[in-house]
Design a protein around this ligand. Sequence first.
Ligand code: RI2
Length: 303
Amino acid sequence: MSEDIIKETYEKIKNMEIRGAGRIGRAAAKALKEYAIKISHLSDEEFIKKMKEAGNLLISARPTAVSLPNAVKYVLKGLNEDNPKERVIERSDEFIESSLKAIEKIGKYGANRIKDGYTILTHCNSEAAISVIKTAYDEGKDIKVFCTETRPRNQGYITAKTLYDYGIDVTLIVDSAVRYFIKDIDIVIVGADAITANGCLVNKIGTSQIALISNESRVPFLTAAETYKFHPKTIVGELIEIEERDPKEVVVFEDKYKGIKVRNPAFDVTPSKYIDAIITEVGLIPPQGAWYIIEKYFGWLEK
Ligand code: RI2
């Protein structure tokens, strides 16, 4: 069945087999392209209806990372153009290509903030943050990286392994050790699942604690975020839903603990006042510049 392409991607995003805000956006764009090819024999009217349904299903896989709806909307904008079938396919390629280019540019711009001898702290597993770190290393800077484990899914291990395999000096720490080690850190760089119109950062749970600690210790805190991580609807006051996942990701209780509640929010919100800069593919901006980015790059989206 042609719908299987969409259902499979939906499932993989939902169960985090495909994860990371940028990756889920590109996976959705790719699934829409493959689906469009499969159903291109349909009438334009049927095609448009089915593509919209597919887009809605993909968007519903995870609620927080805005890269997912932004990617789907970018691709499906082709439905309103002449030759919708071709345009959807072309726009999928455009999104994927521009996403990969953005990550590369973020790497270059962000690396300018990393000096020789720096120790960097990062949290979770962000392609954009990793791009900054790898670029600084490629430039010949002598750097060290501290990675948090990032409970409960432990994405920090992926970051630690990736950077270690790249040749970088890596130290893995538990999430609660950030304050203990902050004296050794020169800069914090994390990724982003969403940036709001008022410059707040929505990112992996624990990010806001790290930002608070960095602020207290006067350690610069930067987030690396492609422009498709900016949330258009926050400009009209919509709040971002924080995904709460299965408690079993945190702990599987034995009988003696039965009845104890477990909460598992996947993300938190870092207030803009703790963010020194947002590294985007169009340059480093202060959090106060978020509104401008949304207006400039998402004016075409319904708000
Ligand atoms: P990139 C991840 O979410 C993390 O919160 C990470 O900081 C963010 O996506 C951005 O990642 P999850 O999918 O797009 O692990 O920079 O819940 O790769």
